[in-house]
Design a protein around this ligand. Sequence first.
Ligand SMILES: Cc1ncc(COP(=O)(O)O)c(C=O)c1O
Length: 369
Amino acid sequence: MNNFIKNKARREIFDLKAYVPGRPIEEVQRELGLSDIIKMASNENALGPSPMAIEALKANLVGVHFYPDGNCFYLKERLSALYGIDASCLLIGNGSDEMLRLIAETFINSGDEVILAQNTFSEYEFTSTVMGAKCIKVKLKDYRHDLEAMLKAVSEKTKIIYICNPNNPTGTIVQGSEIEAFMQQIPRDVLVIFDEAYSEYSDQDTFKSGLEYVKQMRNVIVLKTFSKIYGLAGLRIGYGLTTEEIADAVKRVSEPFNVNSLGQIAALAALDDHRHVENSLQMNSRGRDYFYDALSEMGLQYVPTQSNFILIDVKQDCQEVSKRMQLNGVIIRPCASFGYHTHIRVTIGTEEQNRRFIAALKKVLRGDI
Ligand SMILES: Cc1ncc(COP(=O)(O)O)c(C=O)c1O
């Protein structure tokens, strides 16, 4: 590293761990010279985008020479009706990744503490570390957030607590009763982020959204995204539900045109495409049952999931398994970066993809490739 970078760059950047994304299909194709590759690594919707969103996009391509509506008026209006909160309580971002960054920029001072689970989505640590926070990581209990332990980790320096519900990469949820007990005890001056990127997939009655606490005017932000069940990851559109005061504060650090016009249009159409959502949910629960049966038959342990992915203990080095799965044309996510060295995370796909994954995994674990 040259002296200019060493002496002049902010010291926080040297504490950052690089984000490890699911590898793009084209990259693996180039590297391995394979043409037939499926990606089950980033929890995208294997059914693709909503057909209604595709139609809306086609019809609106001619308008891309205009800047987008920086206020996302129509999308906010629609989401406000959906959730029963005022449009002024909504934040829309370039994916929920951007929301996380904006939240960190708004609230974190160097030396603050944030609390997150030990094995969870990496962006909480990344965006907090950029701003100079100390990340206190709390172990999961049976692959689930341990809210009691997170509560015990609170100090006078705690600024934010992140709760990923359902959790990535374990697919588990925290029970509504646990959230209620936690919210009763958490100091009012700690901001609680409920990241509910996968909440649409949860079919348990005990799932509880943080929205209830937003409506009680608590210091809470609920994050949602169009990247998962709505199948619009490439358009980068996510949003936050919070109080008007918190929304006003976060908007101060936002770029004026952070949400592109096609993303806004596609998101609006996708919200109306109930059939696509229903088909996606059905495909997911069928695929989940298929995985449970096939993995049990193979004698592999997995974590029952409330999401569109599943965490599997392959009892071998996950990087090696992942490399060999790629040679079979299946991209999955090794979970070493999440702290699980013998686990892989696999997106539940179409029936054909799921079968192909299981066939490839059998081969790889037998050592055939
Ligand atoms: C828990 C969680 N939150 C947020 C995101 C980011 O989603 P977006 O595409 O909206 O930035 C992801 C993406 O994988 C995620 O797993």
